[in-house]
Design a protein around this ligand. Structure first.
Ligand code: G6P
Length: 615
């Protein structure tokens, strides 16, 4: 987590770095800082809080000039979020400044050694240790900054994306990456450094994405020099042209990114199946699957690894894969999988699902799977991300940038993509009739319009939100394909409104959660016509008899649940396997409106970060 931004060029760095940090706040937002060099002094400004607090402080202290600058927005790992622990950190001499996204695991032993050599430390961070290690090597070995960084990084254990400058050489920034993302924007006579391309997209479309264990010397008037950290060997710098545009990373009139992203879903789902779903030809085209068809068809099982919302998409995929393809599927939390000595064989296909493509646990899980001979297929949103690159093959969801910390369109597009994969495999394996396959394709194509229709219930959902916004607990129930949706609905509410919520399989309610039900407890029940409807209706009766409040997510025209529920939200009818794409939408809106009504920071909920690059 943490967002890093740097600028080196002829313009004032301050506005570029601040704006860049605002765009990266999704990566962490408990403290922020900036360092600028104006030819005389390296001026540092740091504060607990958000980038807007940093802006206020920097402007009141006149720290706004200089054409080389580094900025950081933090999600604390080592040391509580406060002014001192915020980045950037300076070396003891004050010559070197560093920003860092990641963790240096062996910082304790390095710190002790440096203390013996007379270094003092002001913060509790691992990063301050790293910058002093670099300084120590630079002085001891009498080497240039780049070389000192390379030697230092060979001594550290952990993960990092760093940018360092030396104020005695203000035409150069040294950057390096292992495990955390780092992009270098290459402009006309200027360079940008950032955790992703969003801070520099209005200045340049050309970017270099460093690979793990690479570093780069970014110097004015020179091409970027990329080197391998291990052996200092030079590597060709690959400059790629970005497809991103500014509209995709701005709110475009919406109050929050989350709301914008909820409303983008019809479009995003279309973008996911565009070119792949070929209804007229009666086929699904996916090169990543076609090229590796044998791997999938001969697999003993599919293991899905993911975290958070992506794990919920994995659960939906389990249902659809087992239902349509008849391949056994296991869905694992990546963080458990990587440490529990799982049985993995070369007959396993591992699907890693990740919006960011950077989640540390998911990345580690696929590395483990690869070591054990499994075939790894990545389902990512962010193009060129670490998980996408680490996988043997994969497919992108093409949902566009997701900035709201609570994931919305990433979830529905992951389900869309995984459904396409399942359908393609089912067809290749001869497990689905031509008629059923065609029905699925047609229905998939109709989903964006149906999602659009569900979005029309926004005002109604807003009203329901006003009724329940002050309750302390919520329960979400669903069966079959809608059980993972119940989990996702509860997660969304917890994440952004801080109301305690639990998602449960509807029938399991009687084994525990039913004890919680009284007249205060709202229970969101997903009770669509296809999907064990009668059984869910019985569960609703059980809640009713205990005076619980019912919010039903029902199929258009439903009468039975309507007669029992306090409120219902209708969704159009579709094939059972695709219902999560519709039933999820009202749950996203419900959590959004409740959070707004409770004055919560919807896009940046406390303690969370969009991209979790630490374990
Ligand atoms: C964080 C985010 C979640 C996300 C999870 C997995 O916790 O706040 O929204 O679902 O990471 O992220 P990934 O990028 O791997 O899907």
């Amino acid at each position: 987590m943490c967002g890093i931004v740097g600028y080196l060029g002829q313009r004032e760095a301050y506005p570029i770095v601040i704006k860049g940090l605002e765009r990266l706040e999704y990566r962490g937002y408990d403290s922020a800082g900036i360092v600028l060099y104006d030819g005389e002094k390296a001026k540092l400004c740091k504060t607990k809080g958000k980038v807007t607090d940093l802006k206020g402080k920097a402007e009141s202290e006149n720290i706004t000039t200089g054409s080389i600058g580094l900025g950081h927005t933090r999600w604390a790992t080592h040391g509580e979020p406060n002014d001192v622990n915020a980045h950037p950190h300076l070396s003891n001499s004050g010559n070197l400044a560093i920003i860092h996204n990641g963790i240096i695991e062996n910082y304790g032993s390095i710190k002790k050694e440096l203390e013996k050599r007379g270094y003092t430390f002001h913060s509790d961070t691992d990063t301050e240790v790293l910058v002093n290690l670099i300084e120590d090597i630079k002085e001891k070995e009498q080497v240039k900054l780049g070389k000192a960084v390379q030697i230092a990084l060979n001594q550290v254990v952990g993960a990092y994306a760093i940018a360092v400058f030396d104020k005695s050489k203000p035409d150069e920034i040294v950057v390096a990456k292992l495990g955390s993302p780092l992009a270098i924007g290459v402009g006309e006579g200027e360079f940008f450094i950032a955790s992703d391309a969003s801070p520099f997209i209005e200045y340049t479309n050309n970017a270099i994405y460093l690979e793990d264990e690479q570093m780069a010397i970014v110097r004015l008037g020179r091409d970027v020099k990329v080197r391998q950290i291990k052996d200092d060997k030079s590597v060709a710098a690959y400059v790629q042209e970005l497809q991103l545009n500014l509209d995709q990373i701005e709110k475009n009139g919406y109050d929050h990114f989350m709301l914008k992203e909820i409303h983008e879903q019809p479009h995003a789902i279309k973008d996911t199946y565009r070119g792949r779903l070929r209804t007229n030809e009666g086929i699904i085209k996916m090169a990543g699957i076609e090229d590796n068809l044998e791997k999938f068809l001969n697999a003993n099982r599919i293991i899905i690894v993911a975290c958070g919302t992506s794990w919920h998409a994995g659960l939906v995929a389990e249902y659809i894969f087992e239902d349509l393809v008849r391949i056994p599927v296991e869905v694992e939390y990546a963080s458990e999988f990587r440490y529990r000595n799982p049985v993995i064989t070369s007959k396993d296909v591992v699907i890693a699902i990740s919006q960011s493509g950077e989640t540390a646990d998911t990345l580690a899980a696929i590395k483990l799977a690869k070591q054990n001979g499994a075939f790894v297929f990545g389902v990512c949103n962010v193009v060129g991300s670490s998980i996408a690159r680490e996988s043997h093959a994969g497919a992108y969801t093409h949902a566009g940038p997701e900035i709201g910390v609570a994931s919305t369109k990433a979830f529905t597009t992951q389900i869309t993509l995984l459904s396409l994969i399942a359908l393609k495999l089912a067809q290749s394996k001869g497990m689905i009739s031509k008629t059923e396959f065609h029905q699925y394709l047609a229905e998939m194509e109709a989903i964006p319009d149906k999602v659009e229709k569900v979005l029309l219930s926004d005002d109604h959902v807003k009203y329901i939100s006003s009724v329940y916004k002050d309750v302390p607990n919520f329960l979400y129930l669903g069966r079959g394909y809608n059980f993972p949706v119940a989990l996702e609905g509860a997660l969304k509410l917890k994440e952004i409104s801080y109301i305690h919520a639990e998602g449960y399989p509807a029938a399991e309610m009687k084994h525990g959660p039913i004890a919680l039900i009284d007249e205060q407890m709202p229970v969101v029940v997903i009770a669509t016509k296809k999907g064990h409807y009668e059984k869910v209706v019985s569960n609703i009766q059980e809640i009713k008899s205990r005076k619980g409040k019912i919010i039903g997510i029902v199929t258009e025209g439903d009468k039975e649940v309507k007669s029992m529920a306090d409120y219902v939200i209708e969704v159009p009818e579709t094939i059972e396997g695709l219902t999560p794409l519709l039933t999820t939408i009202p749950l996203q809106l419900l959590s959004y409106h409740i959070a707004v009504m409770r004055n919560c920071n919807v896009d940046q909920p406390r303690n969370l970060a969009k991209s979790v690059t630490v374990e």
